[in-house]
Design a protein around this ligand. Structure first.
Ligand SMILES: Nc1ncnc2c1ncn2[C@@H]1O[C@H](COP(=O)(O)OP(=O)(O)O)[C@@H](O)[C@H]1O
Ligand SMILES: [Mg+2]
Length: 234
């Protein structure tokens, strides 16, 4: 039974998903891991995330969706998080559709209420023992028609386990820092020289980020050199 969904039964919704999974007509996005569909009937809009893959990869993708469901359960009631209605037939994640645009399509100004509210939301998420880990991706941050922030896509989020779990603790701390760094990067549009004194404590590059940047630069330089030598060879 799906929570708070009274205009359609779980069985009907499951049938709808199964009959539209193969077409692109209702797809919001599609990848190897899964497909995100927009259900738009009976004057209601829902987002439905379905797992894809073969007999080996589908169970993994289904487990990731169930993990995302668990994260949504921890975050229910937060204004910056869409309502989650549950898992239809234990396999499809059903979420409220947010009318709006991604932060890339509609850029809120640096000193807008949007970024204040987003920071409050990130802090509350962390209080509820969830770190998003993928906020850097601008597709995962929505701006509603009233300019409110909404955070989506908790596929790789980390839930802090109670008790002593050193690896979970390490990952969770890293993910929390990633969240703050992503918030600061979005707020300043990557122009970190403009970071205010008040915001400085939030932005701390982690060793992993510094290393991955170095690796990227290394390959970029090599690629450019190769490209230039090929050009001069012509
Ligand atoms: N609740 C939502 N409201 C509106 N659009 C959404 C919602 N959830 C997802 N989308 C759209 O679908 C896309 C894919 O969803 P997402 O949860 O990010 O899936 P994936 O795990 O494939 O990245 C998003 O980038 C966004 O454009
Ligand atoms: Mg996404």
């Amino acid at each position: 039974m799906l929570k708070n969904l009274d205009f359609i039964s779980e069985g009907e919704l499951t049938n709808w998903v199964n009959s539209h999974l193969d077409s692109d007509e209702f797809a919001l996005s599609a990848g190897y891991q899964g497909k995100t569909l927009l259900f738009n009937e009976h004057q209601h809009k829902l987002v439905i995330k379905a797992p894809l893959g073969n007999f080996i990869t589908r169970p993994i993708n289904l487990a990731l969706l169930r993990h995302e469901h668990k994260v949504y359960q921890k975050l229910q009631g937060m204004t910056s998080i869409p309502i989650c209605y549950g898992m239809a037939n234990n396999e499809f994640l059903v979420i409220e559709f947010i009318e709006g645009q991604t932060i890339r399509q509609k850029r809120p100004p640096t000193n807008s209420e949007y970024f204040k509210k987003l920071l409050i939301a990130v802090k509350e998420m962390h209080q509820r023992k969830v770190a998003h880990f993928d906020l850097k991706r601008s597709e995962n941050l929505l701006v509603t028609d009233n300019d409110e922030p909404k955070i989506i896509d908790f596929g790789v989020s980390i839930i802090r386990k109670p008790g002593l779990h050193w690896f979970n603790q390490y990952l969770y701390k890293l993910a929390m820092q990633f969240d703050y760094n992503a918030w600061a990067r979005h707020k300043y549009y990557k122009q970190m020289d403009f970071l205010s004194d008040e915001d400085k404590p939030y932005y701390q590059k982690t060793k992993i980020e510094i290393a991955s940047k170095k690796i990227k630069r290394f390959y970029k330089d090599r690629f450019l050199k190769l490209f230039q030598s090929l050009k001069s060879f012509k």
